[in-house]
Design a protein around this ligand. Sequence first.
Ligand code: BGC
Length: 369
Amino acid sequence: MKKPSFTVSSFGRTKYGEKARKFTLNGAGGVVLEVSDYGGKVVRLFTPDKRGKLKDVVVGFDSPAGWDSGDPYWGCIIGRYSNRIANGEFKIGGKKIKLPALNNAPGGIGCNLHGGARGWNAYVWKAEPFIDGTDVGVVFSHVSPDGDEGFPGKVEAKVKYTLTAKNVWRVDYEAMSDAVTPVGMTQHVYFNFKGEAGGTIEDHVMKIAAGKYLPTDAGQIPTGKLKDVAGTPFDFRKGMRIGEMINAPDRDLEIGKGYDHCWVLDPPKSSKSQWREDRRLRYAGDVFCPLNGRGVAVWTTEPCMQVYTANWASYDQTAKGGEHLSFRCGVALETQHAPDSPNKPKWPTTLLKPGEKFSSTTEFRFMAK
Ligand code: BGC
């Protein structure tokens, strides 16, 4: 086992004029994670194969300008609310809240996506690197003012990245608000275990611990129904190549141009609810590259996981190392509550009340077969 360590370097300016920094975390187990304080974005992430050979397994950019040149969500923290809110509208205590509804899939009516025009991904966060025994990490914090992107309440958010000696990247989220507001954060890292410029992830094998997923309307808003995965291209319970059925004639796949859906993670057998509501860290799924054996298992306290295979990506972006981003060049495993929860009162709530603390944990456990 190595001694954990970190270095800090400058990372250039964002399009908002803020100065960003980059933190290189050298984990005691061998994993190396490079992250920026610009929205907690993952720049590089090296994981070992069985022989200990490291490879960078994420899509990222060499400077803030890379993110600012197109889709800004590669590898970032999403907030205040991850995923979609239909029409950018919902009610709190009978009062209508209106947010910008800038995201629109063909056939949709528009929605609020990932916190709005300038979500938390687009701010430089306060960042404090740390070493704690065999752990190394960074604590990011950000204050979102009342009215930010139309959301009510001032929210103080904290996201802690920890790299452990067991090659686990743990992400702990916390938030407090001074008014009732929806909060749901996630990490939007895209894996490609073939490495930088690895091409499509359709050959990766994925497992998802979910017997149900959420079908959507044409605007990618959940219809409100939970659908059984059995007999559909969404059945990853036993493990399946991502590309196996991704182009199958299926209305949900057509809407998402591939996988861009939320799976409802199986609750414990003893539970009467269809949702994981006990907030314990549980296995959500895994993704492996059969060519080199590298992979990740995801464990989370969240009830759902949105799996997105980069079907809508802006392809004029050039990632680090000159890689030109291509269709399905990464897979994002976004642990979260269900999309459009503020408009689905029967689903687990995302409303955070003053005096309460939002907390959520997801672990990315890297391994090699
Ligand atoms: C969404 C996609 C969206 C992407 C943007 C994902 O979380 O599910 O629909 O295009 O984020 O990066």
